[in-house]
Write a protein that binds this ligand. Structure first.
Ligand code: PMP
Ligand code: GLN
Length: 399
């Protein structure tokens, strides 16, 4: 029997026909994060798929939002972000990265890193411009490039250690190349970009006059005593980069969709031209609460590495007797598990099957590739309470 919704879908499709709609993103469907979280909910499965903490943000931060709402801070913020928050961001960049930034001309508060990335691309990419991205690549980059009329040039990260092959980057650069997008710590692999790689990027970007978007949303989630390397710390890159950050990751508030972009004044000015007509502003009481929390707890981001490393280690140790091959993540709150000793199935099928059969949801990583290589990884988010991580590991040990 035809499902109940079929007639309305048919009507909709006829509507598209009649209206002569031509999709600007014909190959784009619902994101894997939405799909897997919905499947997890449907099957009552543990959800280690979409990246978000299952624990709450600091109480003081949540109370501060409530207070600012009740105190009447409920109207538009300035387009560039609340001055007090931009000041605190500048202080934090100095504290953690040792750099000075002008909060008025170089920092823009945005409603989520995704919006910041979109605006940076929309502001700088013209039809026909080529943008180099590295696969597996975060899913919002390509649609943003496509909507700007740009061409996405996918280069694979090396298999195994997910590093950048700079020879390959060099040979992919053409007269139409305009931008390179990097992401470190890297989602979904959990790898981080060594400082030498940033120097290599600086050399190439300067030589070919390329712009850079550096997606650093997991900047504080770097493990085993390593430091995060930011494009903002290299003068040649700082002069041509949009560095993108997300409060969602740092303060466990992904649902607040608030982040910021740091870029030199000329790039910031162009980004703001787009931002003011995409969303105009980020949410006022949330900005005020973040500013208050950052003032009172400036050392909070520095506690995150140890906190998440303990979770990574708990999860990996609990999997010691499983059949998965594991290389502990260097950063992010994601852990890849190599299932090659267990199955030859495609990762997308396995992620679905295991959600339904074993009640554990993960993310297949082939979806982040233009040409998925033969590899057998699933991504698990370890930003979860310890009992959930142990339950998940117990399920995985039985597979
Ligand atoms: N970039 C990467 C690599 C991410 O993992 C995310 C996560 N959600 C984002 C950007 C978007 O962050 P936001 O939720 O602040 O838009
Ligand atoms: N960045 C999150 C992840 O990698 C998901 C964000 C989203 O659902 N759009 O899981």
């Amino acid at each position: 029997m035809a499902p109940k919704w079929l007639p309305s879908v048919n009507r909709l499709l006829r509507g598209i026909d009649i209206l002569n709609l031509k999709s600007k993103l014909p190959r784009v469907g619902t994101t894997i994060f939405t799909t897997m979280s919905a499947l997890a909910a449907e099957h009552d499965a543990l959800n280690l798929s979409q990246g978000f903490p299952d624990f709450d943000a600091p109480k003081a931060l949540r109370e501060s939002v409530a207070k600012h709402v009740m105190d009447g801070h409920n109207q538009y913020a300035p387009m560039t972000g609340m001055p007090t928050l931009r000041e605190k961001i500048a202080l934090q960049l100095h504290q953690y990265r040792g750099i000075s930034c002008n909060p008025d001309t170089e920092i823009t508060v945005v409603p989520g890193a995704t919006e910041g990335i979109f605006c940076a691309i929309a502001a700088c990419i013209n039809p026909g411009d080529e943008v180099i991205v590295f696969d597996p690549c975060y899913d919002s980059y390509e649609p943003s490039i496509t909507l700007a009329g740009g061409i996405t040039v996918h280069l694979p990260l090396s298999q195994g250690n997910f590093s950048i092959d700079w020879e390959r980057v060099n040979s992919a650069i053409t007269a139409r190349s305009r931008m390179i997008i990097i992401n470190s710590p890297h989602n979904p692999s959990g790898s981080t970009l060594p400082l030498e790689d940033l120097h290599e990027l600086e050399r190439l970007a300067e030589k070919h006059n390329l712009l850079v978007i550096s997606d650093e949303v997991y900047e504080h989630l770097v493990y085993d005593g390593a430091e995060h390397n930011s494009v903002l710390q290299l003068p040649g890159l700082r002069a041509r980069s949009f560095a993108i950050f997300s409060f969602g990751k740092t303060y466990s508030v992904t649902g607040w969709k608030t982040g910021y972009c740091v870029a030199p004044p000329a790039l910031t000015a162009e980004l703001r031209k787009v931002h003011q007509f995409v969303t105009f502003v980020a949410v006022t009481p949330i900005q005020l609460a973040l500013a208050e929390f950052m003032k009172n707890e400036p050392d909070y981001p520095g506690t995150l590495a140890a906190f998440y490393q303990a979770k990574r280690d708990l999860f990996c140790k609990a999997l010691e007797n499983s059949r998965f091959k594991i290389t502990a993540s260097a950063g992010t709150y994601f852990q890849l598990l190599d299932y090659s000793a267990i199955s030859t199935e495609a990762d997308s099928k396995l992620a679905r099957d295991w959600t339904c059969e074993h009640k554990l949801a993960s993310i297949p990583i082939s979806v982040f590739y233009e040409h998925p290589p033969k590899q057998t990884y699933l991504r698990f988010c370890f930003a979860k309470n310890d009992d959930v991580l142990l339950q998940a590991a117990a399920i995985l040990c039985k597979i």
